[in-house]
Design a protein around this ligand. Structure first.
Ligand code: PSV
Ligand code: MN
Ligand code: MN
Length: 390
């Protein structure tokens, strides 16, 4: 690696931002069992404190996304000030129109106008919360869909979705954005109203430039080429954010980079090629994970490190050599250039980066030594521990 390459790569990595989800710190599980862990946060403030701890050890996770109402408080301005006092900012506001009994047949696409009104009002309330927290992004995911052919009109539901999105879009401030997340299936099993990037993209194009698509890496059919979607949306200026996680089967929400580090590298390569890693480009790189059996804070630290490793490898691709191999039609050489970068052990480089940033080069070991885990275990007794959904 030339000194120039090293400087370029380190500079880019120093500026990288990964946003943490508040819900990753709460108890979670499957529909079969939630295994509670000791020391788990009881309040939004404690979730923020845990996220800030991850930032203290990694240096690249300076914001935390909230989920409403899981992180409901009376005073969001005060919550924002609390986050700042812990050294982090509040990031995307995730709406939740999937956990009320009213939403059995859908939220904004429900055949009942009253339910649609309630769901849309929640989304509008989330924009008011963004006004108070200073958040830029409203993240929308709809569990809406149907289970049986004939259950409802596919076209009618698209019309209802478009109407709700447009009402919320009109409420956005100049600096605010709407991020629309798609998901192939679950909880609906026959049709999902926003099942894929094409549907999300089409709604966002109609809405306008403040609407962009979220790619949750776990929300595709097996074998889907996610980096193609990344490249396409980047080209159209419609990629707003990622929900990073990894999966072996469906929406597994495992640690990003655990199941398929090569896929993460390929995604990050599409990002770095157009300079979209820089926070000023406007893409939010968030995690959306649930740590069901592993310790939560170390799992989030590990995830951030996995994103950094994939990014470092992507930044190391010799683009000149790659372009020349591509232009001369040398398929094997082009592939070899990419694989050379992927096969590089970037861990020493990342250790140097952390030392440069005044951090311990080994975040997981430093966290284990810090005593934070013991402290939260001792402190957080009594009260109700937060869980996925509480
Ligand atoms: C849905 O599966 C999803 O990915 C959405 O982003 C939700 O807001 C999130 O999970 C909750 O974990
Ligand atoms: Mn998600
Ligand atoms: Mn998901």
């Amino acid at each position: 690696m030339t000194p120039e390459t090293r400087t370029r790569v380190l500079d880019a990595l120093r500026r990288q931002h990964v946003e943490l989800p508040s819900w990753a710190f709460g108890n979670s599980g499957t529909r079969f069992k939630v295994f509670p862990q000791e020391g788990v946060p009881r309040t939004p403030q404690e979730k923020i404190a845990d996220a800030a701890t991850v930032h203290r050890f990694t240096g690249v996770a300076p914001s935390v996304a909230l989920h409403i109402p899981w992180d409901k408080v009376d005073d969001y301005t005060a919550l924002s000030a609390y986050a700042a006092s812990e050294g982090v900012a509040l990031g995307a506001i995730n709406s939740n129109v999937f956990q009320d009994n009213d939403y059995k047949l859908g939220s904004v696409t429900n055949p009942d106008a009253g339910v649609r009104r309630k769901a849309t009002d929640h989304l509008l309330e989330c924009v008011s919360i963004m006004d108070a927290t200073g958040s830029r992004d409203l993240k929308l995911w709809f569990s809406d869909g149907t289970n049986y052919p004939g259950q409802d009109s596919i076209r009618g539901r698209q019309d209802r979705l478009a109407a709700a999105l447009s009402e919320v879009y009109d409420r956005l401030g100049d600096e605010q954005r709407m991020l629309l997340e798609y998901k192939l299936f679950e909880p609906a099993f026959y049709t999902t109203d926003v099942p894929d990037w094409g549907t999300a993209y089409a709604h966002c194009v109609r809405l306008g430039e403040k609407a962009q698509v979220v790619i949750d890496t776990g929300h595709h059919a097996p074998g889907t080429n996610i980096e193609f979607i990344v490249a396409f949306l980047l080209r159209e200026g419609k990629l707003g954010a990622f929900d990073f996680n990894s999966r072996f089967y469906a929406d597994d929400d495992l640690m990003v980079g655990a199941a398929d580090p090569f896929q993460l590298f390929r995604i990050m390569f599409e990002i770095v090629q157009v300079g979209a890693l820089d926070p000023d480009y406007g893409i939010a790189f968030m995690l959306d994970q649930c740590h069901n059996i592993e310790a939560k804070i170390p799992a989030v630290i590990r995830s951030v490190m996995n994103v950094q490793e994939a990014t470092a490898k992507a930044l190391l691709v010799d683009v000149e050599a790659l372009t020349s191999a591509q232009e001369s039609g040398d398929v094997l050489d082009a592939n070899a250039v990419l694989m050379d970068a992927y096969d590089t052990d970037v861990r020493p480089l990342l250790r140097d980066l952390r030392e440069d940033m005044g951090l311990d080069p080994e975040p997981l070991k430093a966290y284990a030594r810090s005593g934070y885990a013991e402290k939260i275990r001792a402190d957080r007794v009594g009260g109700e521990q937060a869980g996925w959904g509480a």
